[in-house]
Every structure is written in C-alpha cells, then in structure tokens.
Design a protein around this ligand. Structure first.
Ligand code: UD1
Ligand code: UDP
Length: 361
C-alpha cells in the first residue's frame, strides 16, 4: 500500500485534489490522507467543495486561517511537520502555487519525505506575484514534477529540472472539467435566469488586482461599462477590498462564491469570461468560451497563442469594457494542449511506480 499525504488549503486545490482522489480510489493500492491547512475556511470557499465533489474528509485541519505571508506559511510549516513526523507517508502531494503548496513541500523535503508537485513548471516571469515564488520554490523541492503542458516542461528544463523527475501528465483541471460537463445547476443559479451566450462571467481575486485601487476600479467600472449582464461570484478578499474603497457598481450581479458544478454551468453558458483567475482561464477554453484575462501576463500562454484568451491589463475601465465586448463571438484555434483528460490516472500510476523504484534502491 502506497501512503500519500495530500496537502491542500485553497479553493482551486480542492478541485484538483478531487480529481486525483477519485483516481486513487479507482486504482486501489493507495491510502490517501488529506491535510487541510485551513488557508481557506469559509463554507463557500472550502467545505462546499468537499461536500459537492465528495472529497474524503481531511484527516487533519490545521486551521491556520488568514495572516501575512510569513505568519501564515510559518504556522503551516510547523503544523505539517508535526503531522509528517507521526505519519511518515511515502509521498507528500501538493498542488498549484499557494502558500499551502510551498509549506507542504518545504516541511516534507526537510524531513526527507518525497514530494510530488501537481501543476509544476508554470511561470509568469513576474516576481511581483506571491505565487511565482511559491512555484519556483516548490518545483525545486519536489522529487516528481507533474507538468500540465509542454511549455511547463520547458520552463522546468531552463531551471535545470529535467529527466525522470519531470512527467508531463496533462492538466488535472481538464479531468475535473470533463467530469463536471453535464452537471445541473443549483436552484440558486437557475434563479439568476441567465440567457446562454449573452452574459459575462467574471471573477477577481489576485493580489495585483485587489491591492491596487486603480486596477480594481478599472476592472469593476470596466465590467459595468459593458452594459451586459455581468455575474460576479465574489472572492472574500475582493469583497473586503471593494468595501475598503467604497467602490459601488450596482449594475454588476455580485453573488457569493458558488460551488464548482455551478461554476462549470455558469462558465459553459457565458458569452465571455473575464477573470484574473488561473483556473478559470482554462475552464473557459474547456467549455468553448472566449476569455479576457485581466492581467499583464499569464502562465497559460497556450490559450493566448491559440486565440481563446486575450490579455487586457486593467489600466483603464474603457479598455476593459472594449476588450470584453469585442470578445463576444471570438473563437480560437482547435488544439489539445492540456492532455487527454487522464492526468489524474497518470499521477496515481507514477506515485505507485515511484514507491517501487525507491524500495528497490
Ligand atoms: C490564495 C492564493 C492564490 C490563489 C487563491 C485561490 C497565496 C499566496 N494565494 O489567494 O494563489 O489563486 O488563494 O482562491 O497562497 N478570506 C476569507 N475567507 C476565506 C479565505 C480568505 O475571508 O475562506 C479573505 C481574508 O480576508 C484573507 C483574504 O481573503 O486575508 C486572502 O486570503 P488568502 O488565502 O491569504 O489569499 P487568496 O487571495 O485567497
Ligand atoms: N470557482 C468556483 N466558484 C467560484 C469561483 C471560482 O468553484 O465562485 C472555481 C473555478 O471554477 C476554478 C477555481 O475555482 O475551478 C479557480 O480558483 P481561483 O480562481 O480561486 O484560483 P486560481 O485558479 O486563480 O488559483
């Protein structure tokens, strides 16, 4: 039996881990325990995903909550180390680029517990982003880097990470999107009475957007300026930021964060997705919807190359409105840069095989 400790803490990690947990169960031969750092803790940001996606309940919840980067990561490190000393798993499995990712990888590496990183090799080449440090540190600490794309493999190679430790498996978010394709919306989302193809689905949460009042204003006023229905499930970080700025844009349909299956439904039926989210950029493409990424750069460059995504930095509200309106009806070229929808299965097989390799050493 291969023993895996999965470390998660933030919304997108629950969605990715759900796909891999399902593959663990289907494959057998793996005992997975989940450690939730508690980075995200509101029901709408955490528990609703465990319920809806039937993710096994966390064996541990560190309940670290919100804090500055150092304090939050430090609390996680201490808690994860203590769990690892008791559990001594064969693998620590981490996802993405949050503080929970880095804390899991660092705590494990220092105790010589093998680390596997799902979504390795992404780079924005923007060192103003906290996530960029998390990605670089985690990739360099990991024994296996599960890269989602060929571009990610190339980024790792440029930093000297190559060979058997890098495996291109595809994107687990594609697996997740395929599983959610036919999901029925909740009564809450049905109640919005949205006409397919006519509205904008928007999300905003990145530090670069929320911590710069000019950018935040340009995004909110730009979205309102489209004159279209704009549905905006609001991240709690952004809720706080707009309250601090007393920013009011009554025409936007701001709602509480929704569950993953509702989000898939809202994405699939949107005319345009406008977002600074990494995950949602790809989901727009998975569901065949054009995306405007409200940033100066993206890690998911394939979609810009293919024409499914355009970058619109939030420099002025007029430019945001124009880019969003111009994107209705835009289509990109076909392609399949994110694998075959079986990334999770490949991850499971590699972890099982990796244990055998280690045992044979
Ligand atoms: C984090 C990740 C980011 C990821 C995002 C996914 C880091 C550095 N950032 O950003 O990469 O894209 O998660 O959503 O790890 N809050 C609540 N309730 C919650 C969670 C957060 O109210 O359940 C509020 C708090 O005011 C908190 C703020 O949101 O201070 C930011 O939360 P935090 O987890 O620090 O960062 P995110 O912006 O969520
Ligand atoms: N998401 C969700 N409900 C929401 C907003 C987003 O389920 O109200 C999902 C979205 O579909 C995607 C993931 O959360 O799967 C993206 O997470 P987020 O934007 O918080 O983080 P990022 O991907 O930028 O790290």
């Amino acid at each position: 039996m291969v023993r895996v400790l999965t470390v998660v803490g933030a919304r997108p990690q629950f969605i990715k881990a759900a796909a891999v947990s399902r593959a663990f169960s289907a494959s057998g031969g793996v005992e997975e325990k989940i450690l939730h750092t508690g980075q995200h803790y509101d029901d709408a940001m955490s528990d609703q995903f465990f319920r809806e996606l039937q993710i096994p309940a966390p064996a541990y919840n560190l309940e670290v909550g919100s804090a500055s980067h150092g304090a939050q990561t430090g609390r996680m490190l201490e808690g994860i180390e203590s769990v690892l000393l008791g559990e001594r798993p064969d693998w620590v499995l981490v996802y993405g680029d949050t503080n929970s990712t880095t804390a899991g990888a660092l705590a494990a590496a220092k105790l010589h517990v093998p680390v596997a990183h799902v979504e390795a090799g992404l780079r924005s080449f923007n060192r103003r982003m906290p996530e960029e440090f998390n990605r670089i540190v985690t990739d360099h600490l990991s024994d296996i880097c599960f890269a989602p794309t060929a571009v990610a493999v190339g980024n790792l190679a440029r930093e000297g990470i190559s060979g058997a430790s890098v495996i291109e498996v595809g994107d687990v978010m594609y697996d997740a999107a395929l599983a959610a394709r036919d999901a029925e919306p909740s009564a809450r989302v049905q109640g919005l009475d949205l006409e397919s193809g006519t509205y904008v689905l928007a999300t905003v949460h990145r530090a670069e957007s929320t911590d710069d009042p000019d950018s935040l204003r340009a995004i909110f006023e730009g979205l309102a300026g489209t004159g279209r229905r704009v549905v905006l499930p609001l991240h709690p970080r952004t809720k706080k930021a707009i309250a601090d700025l007393s920013l009011t844009t009554p025409s936007l349909e701001i709602i509480e964060p929704v569950g993953y299956l509702d989000m898939a439904h809202l994405t699939r039926n949107a005319g345009v997705v406008a977002t600074d989210s990494g995950g949602l950029q790809k989901e727009a493409y998975f569901h065949g919807v054009p995306c405007v990424t409200l940033r100066t750069e993206t890690e998911w460059v394939e979609l810009v190359d293919m024409g499914w995504n355009i970058l619109q930095p939030p420099s002025s509200s007029a430019e945001v409105s124009r880019a969003v309106l111009a994107s209705f009806g835009r289509r990109g070229r076909p392609g399949s840069p994110y694998g075959d929808g079986k990334a999770a299965e490949k991850i499971v097989e590699a972890l099982k095989a990796g244990r055998l390799v280690m045992a044979g050493r």
